[in-house]
Design a protein around this ligand. Structure first.
Ligand code: ADP
Ligand code: ZN
Length: 763
C-alpha cells in the first residue's frame, strides 16, 4: 500500500515571544502548492483559539501522513517578496551568533516595514478649473461675508494651484468653503504624493575628479588588485583596515574601489555612522554615481523607504548607502562593503539581536566573496589588533592630502586656571585664540560633550541632588524652557526652589552643558555669529543639514556642539577647535572609556585646518597625565593603541577575552534580582559540573545592579561573563542553555532578559 505524503511547511510565527520561538508545522494545501515557497510570508491560524497570524516559511518537507493533525496554511501574503536563500542563511547565522529569537533575526535581516503598508498622507492641492478672468467674475459674485471662499479665489487668481495646508494647518477650517467652490464648478481638489526629499536634497552634479596623491594611489591599487584577484578566483573576500589620519582622503579611495566593483559587474554597500550627520560624504557619492544609489536611513518616511527598497529589490540600485541596517541590503552580486568610520559605536545595535555591522559584513564577505574595507583615523582597538594579527590587511595613510599636516594641539591644564582665579569654563588661552581667529575671519568649532545648561541642581545645605523619579540619573537643567530634563527617559519638571529634604531655599547649579557654553561665548564675543548643534537644537527633520549648511556657507563664526559635530565633517574654513572638557567621559565605569576619549578627541581635533590655512586646537583638561589625553595631544593613534592594548591584555578584556553581558530588567526589583540570581547560579552550576571551579569567581561577575540601576521605571541588573580559562564556545553554550533553552524555567514573563555579546557599553 502506498503511503500518502504530505507537504509540510516549517513556519516561524510573527509574534514577539519566546514561547513561540520555534518552527511550527503547517500543511500546504493543494491550491497553495504553487504559491508557497521557502521564504514566503504566509497566513496561518495559531493556537487553540485559531488566531489569525502571519509567519515565514523557513523550510518545506514531505512527510508521511502524520498521526497528529496539522493545520492548513491559509494563504500567502501578497506584495512581500519571499526571503532569499542568502537571507535565510543570514537569519540562522544571526540567531546562532547573537542568541536572539527567529523573529528578531527575521525582522532585522528583512524589515517588514520596508514593504506594504505605505498608506502615507498625500498633499492636498486646490486647483482652478476656469480661466483667471472667470475667477474674477466669481469673486465679484461671492458675498463679502464668505471670507474664506473669497480668500481661496484670490489665491487661485494668482496661482493655478495652491497647497491647502499653506492656507491653514487646520484643514477643517476651509472645508465648507472648498465644498461650496467645488459645487460651483470653479475649483477642484487634487492629491499629490509628497515630493521625495532625498532627490531634492542631493542633485547629482559631477564635480571634476581630483588627481590622487601617491599615498592614496598606492593604497587604492593594493586593494583593487586583491579585489580583482578574489573575484577572478571566486575566493572568499578579504578584509582591509584602512587607517588614514583625518583628512587623508579616505573617501576618494572608497569611490575608486566602488568604481572597480561596478566595472566588474558587482554591487557595493557603503555604511556610514549616521546619514544625517554626514551629508557631505553622501553628496560625494551621489555626485559620482547618481541614480545607481539607494539611500537607506532612519529619517526616511515610510514611502521613501519603500521606494529605496523597491529600487534594490528590482536590481536598479547598484550601490546602497546607509547606516547600520543597510548591511543587510538584498543586493545581488555583492562585491564590496565599505564601513566608514568603522570605530563608531552606532554600528553596534542596541536592540535584539545586538549585532555589530562589521561582523555581519564579514559574514557576507565569506558567504558572497565580497571584500570588506574598514576605514577610520582612529580604528577600534579590536580592529587594529586584528590588523596586527594579519586577520585584516592593514593599510595606512599617514599624510593629509592638503598642504598642511595635522593641526597643532595646545593643552591647557584647567587646574592651573583655577589657581590663577579663572573659574569660568573657558581658559585664558582659548579665549585669546577665539578672539584672534574671529579677527582673521577663521571659523571656530567648540566641542563639549554635554547638552543642557547645567548638569544638575543640588541643595547647598544638605547636598540633596534632584534625580529623575523613574531613572537612576540626575536631571539636567535646560534653558530657555527653564526646566529639568531627564536625558534617559525625557521626562521634564520644573526646577526646585526649595530642598524637599531640608527645606533650604538656596539651590545651586553645578556643571555645565552646551547651552551655558553658548551663553558664555555670547557674553564674551557679542559680535560673533554663533550656531549650536546638539539633540535639543536638531529635533526637527532636516535640522542637522540646516545647521551644517549654514556653517559651511560661513553664515556663522562659531559652531558649538556635542559629539554630533565630531563625525567626518569637512569644513575648510575651520582653523580653530576648542575642546572644553577633554576628560568628560574618561571616568565612565566602562572598559572602553579610554578608547572613546582618545577617538573623540582625535576626531574633533581633526576638524581643524582642513583647508588652505593651518589649524590649531586648544584642549582643556583636568587630567593631562592620562595616556588617552597625552596621545590625543600628540594625535598618535599607534602610540595610544600600544598603551591600551597592554591594559586590555592585563585585565582580560576584548580582543583577548570575550565578554557576555546578560541584562535583566523589570519594574519589580525583587523579581529582577531573584531572576538574576537564578540565572547566574544556573550558569555556575553547569560549569562546575563541567569541571570548572576555581576560575568561576573571575569569570562570572554579579549579579550586580547596572551602573544606571533604573531607567524608565525599570530596575536593571547585570551579569558579566568573561571566558577566562573557560573555552569560549562552551561558555556560550551554557549561556544559551540557561538563558534561551531553559528560559521558561529561569525567567518569568515580567522580567526582560537580553544578551549582549562583546557589548559596546557595560553601563
Ligand atoms: P578623510 O575621510 O580621510 O578625513 P576626506 O576623504 O574627507 O578625508 O578628504 C578630505 C578633503 O580632501 C575632501 O575635501 C576631499 O575632497 C579632499 N581630497 C581628497 N583627496 C584629494 C586629493 N588627492 N587632492 C586634493 N584634495 C583631495
Ligand atoms: Zn528619567
Amino acid at each position: 500500500m502506498e503511503v500518502a505524503k504530505v507537504n509540510v511547511a516549517k513556519v516561524i510565527i510573527d509574534q514577539n515571544s519566546h514561547h513561540t520561538d520555534r518552527p511550527f508545522d503547517y500543511k500546504i494545501p493543494q491550491n497553495l502548492m504553487e504559491a508557497v515557497e521557502i521564504g514566503s510570508r504566509v497566513q496561518v491560524t495559531f493556537g487553540k483559539g485559531h488566531k489569525k497570524i502571519e509567519g515565514y516559511v523557513l523550510g518545506i518537507k514531505d512527510i508521511e501522513k502524520p498521526r497528529y493533525t496539522i493545520k492548513n496554511l491559509q494563504g500567502v501574503v501578497q506584495n512581500v517578496p519571499p526571503l532569499s536563500e542568502l537571507q535565510i542563511d543570514m537569519i540562522l547565522w544571526m540567531k546562532k551568533t547573537y542568541l536572539c529569537t527567529y523573529m528578531e533575526a527575521i525582522s532585522t535581516v528583512a524589515p517588514p516595514k520596508a514593504y506594504g503598508n505605505i498608506k502615507e498622507k498625500k498633499d492636498v492641492f486646490l486647483r482652478r478649473k476656469v480661466s483667471r478672468g472667470d475667477m474674477e467674475t466669481v469673486v465679484e459674485k461671492t458675498p463679502n461675508n464668505a471670507k474664506r471662499q473669497r480668500e481661496i479665489l484670490r489665491q487661485l487668481i494668482e496661482d493655478e494651484e495652491v497647497l491647502l495646508k499653506s492656507l491653514s494647518d487646520n484643514k477643517s477650517v476651509y472645508k465648507n468653503a472648498v465644498k461650496a467652490l467645488e459645487n460651483k464648478g470653479v475649483i477642484e481638489t487634487i492629491e499629490k504624493e509628497k515630493a521625495s526629499r532625498l532627490l531634492n536634497m542631493m542633485p547629482p552634479k559631477n564635480p571634476p575628479r581630483v588627481p590622487l596623491t601617491t599615498e592614496q594611489k598606492k593604497a587604492l591599487e593594493t586593494m583593487k588588485e586583491s579585489f580583482g584577484k578574489t573575484q577572478e578566483k571566486k575566493e572568499k573576500g578579504k578584509t582591509f583596515l584602512l587607517h588614514g589620519v583625518t583628512g587623508s582622503g579616505k573617501t576618494e579611495i572608497y569611490l575608486g574601489l566602488i568604481e572597480k566593483a561596478l566595472e566588474l559587474g558587482k554591487t557595493a554597500i557603503v555604511l556610514v555612522p549616521e546619514i544625517s550627520l554626514t551629508p557631505q560624504t553622501m553628496e560625494r557619492f551621489t555626485a559620482r554615481f547618481g541614480e545607481a544609489i539607494a539611500l537607506i536611513h532612519s529619517s526616511l518616511t515610510l514611502k521613501e523607504r519603500y521606494y529605496e527598497w523597491e529600487k534594490i529589490q528590482q536590481g536598479k540600485a547598484k550601490i546602497v548607502i546607509g547606516a547600520r541596517s543597510a548591511v543587510f541590503a538584498k543586493l545581488e552580486n555583492l562585491g564590496m562593503i565599505v564601513v566608514d568610520e568603522e570605530h563608531e559605536y552606532t554600528y553596534k545595535s542596541e536592540q535584539n539581536p545586538k549585532y555589530h555591522a562589521i561582523e555581519v559584513a564579514r559574514y557576507r564577505s565569506e558567504r558572497e566573496g565580497a571584500q570588506v574595507v574598514l576605514g577610520s583615523a582612529t580604528p577600534s582597538v579590536e580592529s587594529y589588533y586584528r590588523g596586527e594579527q594579519g586577520i585584516y590587511e592593514l593599510i595606512s595613510l599617514d599624510r593629509r592630502v592638503t598642504k598642511h599636516q595635522l593641526p597643532h594641539v595646545e593643552m591647557v591644564d584647567m587646574r592651573e586656571e583655577l589657581d590663577v582665579g579663572n573659574l569660568s569654563m573657558i581658559s585664558g588661552s582659548l579665549k585669546n585664540q577665539i578672539e584672534e581667529n574671529l579677527k582673521k575671519q577663521g571659523q571656530t568649532i567648540l566641542f563639549l560633550n554635554r547638552r543642557g545648561f547645567s548638569t544638575f541642581l543640588s541643595c547647598k545645605k544638605c547636598g540633596y541632588v534632584e534625580k529623575c523619579r523613574d531613572c537612576d540619573i540626575t536631571m539636567t537643567y535646560h534653558l530657555p524652557s527653564d526646566e529639568l530634563i531627564c536625558h534617559y527617559c525625557g521626562k521634564k519638571k520644573k526646577p526646585i526652589t526649595e530642598c524637599p529634604d531640608c527645606g533650604n531655599t538656596t539651590i545651586k547649579h553645578f556643571g555645565y552643558g552646551t547651552q551655558k557654553l553658548e551663553k558664555n561665548i555670547e557674553n564674551l564675543f557679542p559680535e560673533a555669529r554663533i550656531l549650536r548643534m546638539d539633540v535639543d537644537t536638531t529635533t526637527e527633520k532636516g535640522a542637522h543639514e540646516k545647521v551644517l549648511t549654514a556653517f559651511k556657507n560661513r553664515e556663522a563664526d562659531i559652531l558649538i556642539g556635542t559629539q554630533m559635530i565630531s563625525k567626518g565633517l569637512d569644513f575648510p574654513g575651520v582653523t580653530l577647535v576648542g575642546i572644553i572638557a577633554a576628560d568628560s567621559i574618561l571616568n565612565l565605569p566602562d572598559f572602553r572609556a579610554s578608547e572613546r576619549t582618545f577617538q573623540l578627541l582625535t576626531q574633533v581635533a581633526g576638524r581643524a585646518g582642513r583647508g588652505e590655512d593651518l589649524g590649531s586646537v586648544v584642549l582643556q583638561t583636568y587630567k593631562p597625565e592620562h595616556y588617552s589625553i597625552e596621545e590625543a595631544i600628540k594625535q598618535d593613534y599607534v602610540g595610544f593603541y600600544r598603551r591600551e592594548i597592554g591594559l586590555r591584555e592585563a585585565f582580560e578584556y576584548p580582543p583577548f577575552k570575550t565578554l557576555y553581558l546578560v541584562n535583566l530588567m523589570g519594574e519589580d526589583e525583587q523579581k529582577v534580582y531573584d531572576t538574576a540570581v537564578k540565572v547566574s547560579k544556573g550558569i555556575r552550576y553547569i560549569l562546575k559540573n563541567e569541571g570548572y571551579n576555581d576560575c568561576l569567581e573571575e569569570c562570572i561577575l554579579g549579579p550586580n545592579p547596572s551602573v544606571i540601576s533604573k531607567i524608565n521605571k525599570n530596575y536593571r541588573y547585570r551579569i558579566l561573563l568573561k571566558n577566562i580559562e573557560i573555552d569560549k564556545q562552551l561558555l556560550k553554550k551554557v549561556i544559551k542553555y540557561v538563558c534561551i533553552n531553559k528560559r521558561k524555567q529561569f525567567v518569568p514573563d515580567e522580567v526582560n532578559l537580553s544578551i549582549d555579546f562583546n557589548p559596546y557599553s557595560i553601563i
